[in-house]
Ligand binder design. Structure first.
Ligand SMILES: *Cc1c(COP(=O)(O)O)cnc(C)c1O
Length: 359
């Protein structure tokens, strides 16, 4: 058996660990940038009435045009741009890589950033190159970027805006310099757009090598798995060829259409999360042993003297956050907490103070 594995599984896949999702049963779950709020009983009832119409014996609408129409409306996507849907934006990252992958072609991304860029480059036999961000504020080091672009001629560049796990946005001027210097595709990943003050959507119409991704996951619909790619029809027609038919299932389509008709509910929740983020940041900064960075997303990155021990102590208390220590040198002793409800944030702060006093 082992011989079969070593003979046939690609070495770079054997070396990987599958994406790890820690168990969170009965825990205060502040590790995955989920929206903490459920819908009220009345809205759930209306939603269930919609689901009753689902025809599970039939394949879903292959174009999912009603979903796209709803997204176009609430996100004000310009008419000249098309939308391509994915089973989460993770799938869209994979579709992009499949479209351009050839041996020795490079995927470029800032570091630290979203781990799927590297993983999917590996899945698709591409080379991954990370460009380190400035160590103090995680901003773009433009000179290093321009040198990396000249050297590697990346086929695909991913820029998360705001960035995960650092929570900051980058200078638009510097991003445009990167776009102008790059011959390949530059993908702006706006997964955290609902919590950010600024969008780069306008760059898609201005540059022929720019596409933009968004997702409903962080907005409050992580369970649905719906991501989107926005760009010119010329690009999206090509990428659509590697999409598996029916990738957006019937329940997701019906639920998304329903949720987008009640967009103001989600909007109100994200506004609350933004307010609570301000409070949580202030409370974290009031703790002496903590250094917390500003955030344009629904999480906060912070540094403590001993991240692994603080993380474990919190876990023992039933509070799950994300430990980033060991993931990247710039993230030494860093932890990431998702903004939860006011009560969850309080429980986390109390737990954190207890942990810091005991490790
Ligand atoms: C969460 C996240 C995604 C993936 O979102 P899904 O749509 O749930 O697959 C993409 N990019 C970034 C930067 C993220 O943090």
């Amino acid at each position: 058996m082992t011989n079969l594995i070593t003979e046939w599984v690609r070495p770079e896949i054997r070396q990987l660990n599958a994406y790890h999702v820690p168990p969170a049963h009965k825990m205060i779950k502040l590790d995955a940038m989920e929206n903490p709020y459920r819908w009220d009983a009345d809205l759930i009832e209306q939603w269930l009435n919609v689901l009753r119409e689902a025809q599970l014996n039939r394949y879903p609408d292959p174009t999912a045009n009603s979903v796209k129409g709803g997204l176009r409306r609430v996100m004000q996507i310009p008419d000249e741009l098309d939308i391509l849907l994915g089973n989460g934006s993770d799938e869209i990252i994979q579709l992009l890589a499949l479209t351009v992958a050839e041996q020795n072609r490079v995927v470029l991304a800032p570091e630290p950033s979203f781990v799927m860029y590297r993983m999917i480059a590996t899945f698709t036999n591409m080379l991954y190159v990370g460009v380190p961000l400035h160590s103090t504020d995680f901003s773009i080091d433009l000179e290093t970027w321009l040198a990396a672009i000249a050297k590697h001629q990346p086929a695909l560049t991913f820029i998360a805006y705001p960035n995960n796990p650092t929570g900051n946005t980058f200078s638009q001027h510097e991003i445009e310099k990167i776009i102008q210097a790059t011959k390949g595709l530059v993908i702006i990943d706006e997964a955290y757009e609902p919590f950010s003050e600024h969008s780069l959507l306008s760059l898609v119409s201005r540059y022929p090598n720019v596409l933009l991704m968004r997702t409903l996951s962080k907005l409050g619909l992580a369970g649905l798995r719906l991501g989107m790619l926005v760009g010119s029809p010329t690009w999206l027609n090509e990428i659509d060829k590697v999409r598996l038919p029916y990738n957006i299932n019937a329940l997701t389509q019906l639920s998304t259409e329903f949720a987008l008709q009640h967009y103001q509910v989600l909007k109100k929740q994200t506004e609350q999360i933004k307010l609570d983020r301000t409070q949580l940041l202030a409370d974290l900064r009031a703790i002496k042993a903590v250094h917390a960075w500003d955030s344009q997303a629904n999480f906060i990155l912070f540094r403590v003297p001993n991240a692994k021990m603080v993380f474990e102590h919190l876990k023992q208390q039933g509070i799950l956050i994300k430990c980033l220590d060991g993931g990247h040198p710039l993230l030494a002793n860093c932890l990431r907490v998702t903004v939860g409800t006011a009560d969850e944030n309080q429980a986390f702060l109390t737990g954190l103070k207890l942990a810091l006093a005991n490790v």
